[in-house]
Design a protein around this ligand. Structure first.
Ligand code: ATP
Ligand code: MG
Length: 564
């Protein structure tokens, strides 16, 4: 999508709302809501819905509610409610005192159902789920009327009352809207509006053994709350006629529903059902495994809400389904972290360097810049001494032409420190390089050239004596293909999992300031990428950092080389 398109399409909901406000509809009031089902963690797709609902309300000085559409007692859990609230707050949105639960409306919804029965618009049906399905027909064939469709109002009222009183087993009866079994829209073919479920609800306990269906609950909850604009994803377009029907039959306040395209991201899956499978079957460590795109995972991975919002703004709002490139999200994250992340030096695969001419036992405190993009971030002291670590990959004994970093006889700069020259390579009995003997130029303190002589590389380093040890978790795409759901027949999307989505590197050496890194801040390890302390598994004596994102888009490079 081009920039222009994103901008113009981001206006389509705004344009509609602005029109309603200008026309004085609902006294020019704007009231939206975010209505999650508490049956999983929020993912970045939900963040889009959250952002649209809260920002549209803000745009028009309106309000946005948080309402849990908690109609299914079997799949819903209290810890999902807590995680959802934490995630919305983390994204920077606030529902103030407007926290609602559809379950609080159960008594009113029951009354609405009774009202429909009295109007001859709903009936108790004794068909079981399987039979209802067969009677429903298909997209090309009309359905058949239920044999129970013409029960009298009295009989329906009595049976519904007895359903509520717990006289019937699960699944034996339902309450259905009496609409049109021949409708071209399957949602209109006498949909079930109440089912029997002898299950304990997380809020209403055992008060109810019949539960309203989502479609019935959702539109009436919006109406009860006086929601002026029900903003939802495209799959609800086909449900709108049903919502209109309920609201019009009952003659209640009628919100205006506007649908937008869901956010889809390449190289991952977002649907809660798929996420649940990955979690339950142990492909990931939990809903907040940093390889997932749940908000809890992104937080743990070091993504900032600011970057996510920038990304969502760029994607914009449209009616057209599309898959957004993961690279676009990572670009927004890099851009944000480049501006805000404090820098540190970390050696991932250490190689020991001994400076032969550096005084034994001496330590210097050198000045390092915390963030070259932000002067106000200031400087810090980094200790320097005779024995250092550099990155193993920054040395080659027999370098090819284009390798400009350290090699025998060659001089390079150590960032913020000195020029050093490699004099000798030390090996162990097996012939592995274990140490470099180098000399430093005392005249080059701070890393500046004493006489104008040039070096072609600047390396990061840490002082061996002062280094803190850490484990790094290097994350990569969880899936190997852009669309993990595209599989051969009979194959599950898990065949597309990337076996190397997590690389754990132990024995990394970090500058001492890394010991003070706090959860909630993401740092740039110079030349290595962005990292944050793992909020779950890290402890002061076992430091664990998650890689948020690499410094560059390495997958773009791979894709390019594959095209060649
Ligand atoms: P999923 O399909 O991932 O399981 P859901 O739609 O069942 O999610 P809900 O809790 O019902 O999850 O979602 C709450 C709101 O978030 C709904 O209004 C829905 O339209 C919206 N939403 C869910 N997924 C996305 C997405 N990928 N992009 C935009 N909005 C989304
Ligand atoms: Mg849903």
């Amino acid at each position: 999508m081009s920039d222009n398109e994103a901008k113009s399409s981001s206006n389509f909901i705004k344009t509609i709302i602005a029109g309603d406000v200008a026309a004085g509809k609902n006294d020019s009031r704007v009231h939206t809501r975010f209505p999650p089902e508490p049956n999983g963690y929020l993912h970045i797709g939900h963040a889009k819905a959250i952002w649209i609902n809260f920002s549209m309300a803000a745009e028009f000085n309106g309000l946005c509610n948080l309402r849990f559409d908690d109609t299914n007692p079997v799949k819903e859990e209290v810890h999902f409610i807590e995680s959802i609230m934490e995630d919305i707050r983390w994204m920077g949105f606030d529902w103030d005192d407007r926290l609602f639960y559809a379950s609080d409306y159960f008594p009113r919804l029951y009354d609405f159902a009774v009202q429909l029965i009295k109007m001859g618009k709903a009936y108790v049906c004794d068909l079981n789920a399987e039979e209802i399905r067969t009677y429903r027909g298909t997209l090309t064939e009309p359905g058949k009327n239920s044999p129970y469709r013409d029960r009298s109002v009295e009989e329906n009222l009595e049976l519904f009352e007895r359903m509520k009183a717990g006289e019937f087993p699960d699944g034996s009866r339902t309450l259905r809207a009496k609409i049109d079994m021949a409708s071209g829209n399957l949602n209109m073919r006498d949909p079930v509006i109440y089912r029997i479920m002898h299950a304990t609800h997380h809020r209403t306990g055992d008060e109810w053994c019949i539960y309203p269906m989502y479609d019935f609950t959702h539109c009436l909850s919006d109406s009860i709350e006086g929601i002026t604009h029900s903003l939802c994803s495209l799959e609800f377009e086909d449900h709108r006629p049903l919502y209109d029907w309920f609201l019009d039959q009952l003659g209640v306040f009628h919100p205006r529903q506007i649908e937008f395209a869901r956010l889809n991201l390449s190289y991952t899956v977002l649907s809660k059902r798929k996420l649940l499978k990955l979690v339950d079957e142990g492909y990931v460590t939990g809903w907040d495994d940093p390889r997932l795109y749940t908000l809890a995972a992104l937080r743990r991975r070091g993504y900032t809400p600011r970057a996510i919002r920038t990304f969502l703004e760029r994607v914009g709002v449209s009616k057209r389904e599309s898959v957004v490139a993961m690279a676009d999200l990572e670009f927004a994250v890099r851009e944000d972290l480049n501006k805000h992340a404090p820098r540190l030096m970390a050696v991932v695969k250490p190689l020991k360097v001994v400076l032969e001419n550096y005084p034994e036992g001496q330590t210097e405190e050198l000045d390092a810049i915390n963030n070259p993009e932000d002067e106000s971030a200031g400087t810090r002291k980094v200790p320097f001494s005779k024995v250092l670590y550099i990155e193993r990959d920054d040395f080659m004994e027999d370098p090819p032409k284009k390798f400009f970093r350290l090699a025998p006889g060659r001089e390079v700069r150590l960032r913020y420190a000195y020029f050093i020259t490699c004099r000798e390579v030390v090996r162990d009995d097996d012939g592995n390089i274990v140490e470099l003997r180098c000399t430093y130029d005392p005249e080059s303190r701070g890393g500046s050239s004493p006489d104008g002589r040039k070096v072609k590389a600047t390396l990061h380093w840490v002082s061996a004596e002062h280094a803190v040890d850490a484990t790094l978790r290097l994350y990569d795409h969880l899936f190997l293909v852009e669309n993990p759901l595209a599989t051969k027949e009979g194959e599950d999307f898990t065949v597309n999992l990337n076996p190397n989505s997590l690389e754990v590197v132990e024995g990394c050496k970090l500058e001492p300031a890394a010991g003070e890194c706090v959860v909630g801040t993401t740092y740039q390890f110079e030349r290595q990428g962005y990292f944050c302390v793992d909020s779950k598994d890290s402890s002061p004596d076992n430091l664990i950092f998650n890689r948020t994102v690499t410094l560059r888009d390495t997958w773009a490079k791979i894709a390019k080389s594959q095209q060649k």
